[in-house]
Design a protein around this ligand. Sequence first.
Ligand code: ZN
Ligand code: ZN
Length: 197
Amino acid sequence: MAIRCPGCGREYDVTLFQFGRTLRCTCGQLVGLEHRVHPLVDPASPRFIADAMLGRLARWLRTLGHDTAYDDAIADEVLVRRALEEGRHLLTRDRRLFDEWRIGGGVLIDSDRPLDQLREVVRALHLPPPGRLFTRCRVCNGVLHTVDTEEVAGRVPPRVRERTRDFAACATCGRIYWEGSHTDRMRAVLAGLFVRL
Ligand SMILES: [Zn+2]
Ligand SMILES: [Zn+2]
C-alpha cells in the first residue's frame, strides 16, 4: 500500500508512517496518514504519558491515582511509541509534535500552570472526580502499599512517626508517604478543581 503526497502525488510506502509518523516530501508538503492512529486506552482507568515540559502535571495525575509515565529527557518518537504501545493518552505542550505525529487520544496542553493543565486534561477527557487519592508515588509512578510504623523507623522524621499511624511506601523507589497538613491541602486543591470545572 502507498500513501500519496497531497502536493505532487509522489507515492510513499505505508510502512514509513508507522506510529503516525509524517515525512516531508521532496516538494515540501508534509505527508502522513489521513487519520490519526489511536492508542487503545481504557476509559475506566486512563493512563498517561507526559512530555518533558509537564513534570508537575504528571505529579498531580499520579496524586489522583493515574498511571502517568514521565521522563524529562524522552524523545518525541519514544513518547509517541510508548503512548501507542502502552495505551496511554499523550500529553504535550508541543503543537509541532501533534503535527509531525498523527496520533489520537492526546491532549495538547495550553497553560503553563500545573493545576490549569490538570483542569485541561480533566475537561478534555472527561475524567471523573477522584476516588481514593495517594495510591501512587508522585515521584516515580510506582504503586503505594501500606506499611507499619515499625517499618518506617529511621526513614521518616521522629516527630512524624510519633504523630502518624498510617504510612505508605512506594513499591518501586521505597519513598515513604504519610497523611498530614500537606495532603489535606492537596485534597482541598483537587476538590476545588473538580467543583469549578
Ligand atoms: Zn510531494
Ligand atoms: Zn516511587
